[in-house]
Design a binder for this molecule. Structure first.
Ligand SMILES: NC(=O)C1=CN([C@@H]2O[C@H](COP(=O)(O)OP(=O)(O)OC[C@H]3O[C@@H](n4cnc5c(N)ncnc54)[C@H](OP(=O)(O)O)[C@@H]3O)[C@@H](O)[C@H]2O)C=CC1
Ligand SMILES: CC(C)(CO)C(=O)C(=O)O
Length: 293
């Protein structure tokens, strides 16, 4: 057994790897770009995780106990080689991604390993020199159950707080609504400062209300105040706070538009719920994800 492997050592993968390293549980690092080390900048200094970041799954000789998968949803298929090498029937794979479809997307590639979802609440930003800036308290929500217990135990006592909840669906949707609204930053091409405009604030609130109707149809139990609270949260953010999908847009990388925004329109349709705001936003986000002509 290979212990713990982090696949996708980007903003979130680096934060989790650094939290584990600091707690004395240094993971194996599996990525796409070779690196000698990972650097995480926190409010109380830099944590350096020794590498190297491996880039060839053929170097893996045995399955891992726990795989922490932190590639973008658009990169799942390309990371299948890592899952082939690292997953066995007793492996637990925890998916650190946005969206509510993590298990459905990763499960078929995991060779019988138990795949569990997570909610990643904290913002982390990749910097031009490859380091990562953790811009908040690292915090995850996991479901209950023994596979999730194993992941929570790994992170116990680390700087990455973990809570486990019975009603995971509601928490996952609460986060998805935030992610959907964050997509407005992509279309504006600007960071959180846009939510200080009254018109954008109102659009955010109405879009969150549309998402809430779909969330409830999917079984989420969320309060009527959620749209107001989410819009307020974005308005109160530091004006230079971004979102990972905006970082991808600025770098001309493929966007996670489908798992963060398209999903609202898709599931809305399945439930017969109208999604007029999504119907405008989603094609624009999809178009912004296409390679430049
Ligand atoms: N950043 C944030 O603040 C937050 C992000 N999230 C979610 O977390 C997930 C991860 O996002 P984030 O960390 O920002 O993304 P990043 O782009 O920073 O990290 C993705 C990492 O995966 C690597 N990668 C790409 N393809 C492969 C592959 N085939 N095999 C192995 N590694 C690969 C990338 O390598 P390379 O270095 O070559 O690009 C990169 O290191 C997303 O779903 C995002 O929506 C959730 C909450 C907050
Ligand atoms: C920072 C945060 C929490 C807000 O959208 C996020 O999930 C992301 O950047 O992807």
């Amino acid at each position: 057994m290979n212990g713990i492997a982090v696949v996708g050592p980007g903003a979130i993968g680096t934060t989790v790897a650094a939290s584990l390293h600091e707690a004395g549980r240094t993971p194996l690092l599996c990525g796409r770009t070779p690196r000698e080390r990972l650097d995480l900048d926190t409010d109380d200094g830099r944590i350096t995780v020794p590498g190297p970041v491996l880039t060839d799954p053929a170097l893996i000789t045995a399955p891992a106990d726990v795989v922490l998968l932190a590639v973008k949803a658009t990169q799942i298929d390309a990371s299948a080689g890592w899952l082939d090498a690292l997953c066995g029937p007793s492996t637990v794979v925890c998916v650190f991604q946005n969206g509510v479809e993590q298990v459905a997307m990763v499960g078929p590639l995991a060779h019988g390993a138990q795949v569990i979802p997570s909610v990643v609440w904290f913002p982390a930003q990749r910097q031009p020199d490859g380091s990562v800036w953790l811009r908040g308290q690292a915090r995850l929500t996991l479901p209950t159950g023994t596979a999730a217990d194993a992941v929570a135990a790994l992170l116990a006592g680390s700087r990455c707080a973990v809570e486990q909840v019975e009603d995971f669906t509601s928490q996952a949707w609460l986060k998805l609504i935030q992610n959907a609204v964050a997509g407005l930053m992509v279309l504006a091409g600007r960071r959180a400062a846009i939510f200080r405009r009254d018109d954008l604030f109102e659009l955010a609130r109405r879009y969150a209300a549309e998402c809430l109707r779909v969330a409830r149809a999917e079984g989420a139990v969320l309060d009527d105040r959620v749209p107001d609270e989410i819009a307020e949260k974005f308005r109160a953010m530091p004006t230079d706070m971004g979102t990972s999908i905006l970082a991808d847009r600025v770098a001309d990388r493929p966007l996670e538009w489908d798992v963060r925004n398209g999903v609202i329109a898709r599931l809305g349709r399945a439930h017969g719920i109208g999604t007029p705001i999504s119907d405008v936003l989603v094609p624009l986000l999809a178009a912004a994800s296409a390679p430049r002509a």
